[in-house]
Design a protein around this ligand. Structure first.
Ligand code: HSE
Length: 423
């Protein structure tokens, strides 16, 4: 049987997951599907330590030792950050290897350039694992939606944040406890700041923007808010309104250019992403032909990433020639304007329930500024909180209490209701 020779750059959650799937859990299936034996011949590690690896695999911290291995067919790149990954990928492409990457920061920054570089050399650079973990999202866009014009893409693109928000809400745990679990489960980045600040979702969104529009918005103009300020009471109050908080990334093209935002947003039970819970990611794609599609699945973790990377290898084996850059249809999201956010949930810490009444009295004097849709007052862990769903300009009213505010997706929201739930 013919053999393909593989090296791994990086041996953290991603690299070790690929290793296990290729050599253990899915070896037989993989070989049957591609009709070749897959051998891992070298692994670039960050630090030397005791590892249970076979003696014939070169395990080293020195890239030159990996580069000097003969006849490498595939490089699985799972390093963090732009350099040295960028230089390594170019070196391996120069040597005639196909590259399969999971490096979001690199691909958001230099993906288009590296894709050109690979194409010029007739080699593949694929990166399904870099966006939405195990969900076959990129290939769906690249290969299966070529005539469909993409109008809007909205999604949950960070597994760690979704895991934290779901777990906090379901188990009434603190942000820190849930983040720690996400780290232990191998969902979070080595530096989880990237997950909780929305930066990881932003990189994925920029990769999608390059694929859909062959362009990206000005990074400075993208509103990016993470989940690090979310408190348990925000989620409990949201639940009182029938809403769940999700870190939503939205991408669309308007007159002014490509518009992208990443921010915690409440969604109602009618919203397609409401039931995307835990480490799952979910992506809603609206197109002008098929209509609305939704993809959902594990967005992080060793197996999810390994699945995406190994399926990339299979695809390359079967496809043989890389696809040339194709014209992609995308349209201005003109009819989407009315769907843009103008509804918010405002959350107030209160000393007493009476304070809520005086707050409401101030708002009632300014009903030309805001329209209250629904309100909830709740005691959570011995403290009282009030919240209301509103549309309008609350910020133009001077209120005696500091409050937090989140956008609410208007999709499926039952408007015009106004009730008080007290518990
Ligand atoms: N830390 C990332 C996440 C891993 O939580 O989504 C997958 O890209």
């Amino acid at each position: 049987m013919e053999t393909v020779r593989v090296v791994l750059l990086g041996f953290g959650t991603v690299g070790s997951g690929v290793y296990d799937s290729i050599l253990h859990t899915h070896q037989e299936k993989l070989e049957k599907v591609i009709g070749k034996k897959v051998e891992i011949v070298g692994i670039l590690v960050k630090t030397e330590k005791e590892r249970q690896l076979p003696g014939d695999v070169v395990v080293t911290t020195n890239i030159d030792e990996i580069l000097s291995l003969p006849s490498i067919d595939y490089v699985f790149e799972a390093i963090v950050g732009i350099e040295p990954a960028y230089s390594y990928i170019k070196l391996f492409l120069d040597r005639g290897c196909h590259c399969i990457s999971a490096n979001k920061e690199l691909l958001a920054n230099r993906g288009e350039e590296l894709s050109e570089y690979a194409l010029e050399r007739g080699k593949f650079l694929t990166f399904e694992a870099a966006v939405a973990g195990g969900i076959p999202l990129l290939r769906t866009i690249i290969q299966l939606l070529q005539v469909n014009g993409i109008l809007v893409l909205e999604g949950i693109l960070n597994g760690t944040s979704n895991y934290i928000l779901s777990k906090m809400r379901n188990e009434k745990l603190s942000f820190e406890e849930c983040l720690q679990e996400a780290q232990q489960l191998g969902y979070a980045e080595a530096n989880p700041e990237s997950d909780i600040s929305g930066r990881d979702a932003f990189y994925k969104q920029m990769i999608l923007s390059s694929l859909i529009y062959h362009d990206q918005p000005d990074w400075e103009k993208v509103e990016r808010i993470g989940v690090e300020q979310v408190a348990l009471e925000d989620l409990v109050l949201g639940e009182g309104h029938g809403l769940r908080l999700k870190l939503l990334a939205s991408l669309r093209r308007e007159n002014e250019g490509i518009q992208a935002t990443v921010k915690p947003t409440f969604v109602s039970s009618e919203h397609p992403l409401y039931n995307v819970e835990g480490v799952d990611n979910g992506i809603v794609i609206k197109t002008d032909l098929v209509g609305t599609l939704m993809l959902q699945g594990p967005g992080a973790g060793s197996k999810a990433t390994a699945s995406a990377m190994i399926e990339d290898l299979v695809q390359i084996e079967q496809q043989k020639e890389p696809l040339q850059k194709v014209h992609r249809y995308s349209y201005q999201a003109q009819n989407e304007k009315e769907n843009q956010q103008s509804i918010y949930l405002a959350l107030f810490p209160l000393q007493t329930k009476e304070e809520w009444l005086s707050l409401k009295a101030v708002i009632n004097e300014n009903l030309n500024q805001v329209n209250i849709l629904q309100e909830v007052v709740k005691e959570i862990d011995g403290s009282i909180f009030g919240s209301f769903l509103y549309e309008g300009a609350l910020e133009s009213i001077s209120l005696p209490v500091l409050y937090k505010r989140y956008p609410v997706s208007p999709i499926g929201l039952k408007r015009g209701i106004s009730n008080v739930v007290t518990s």
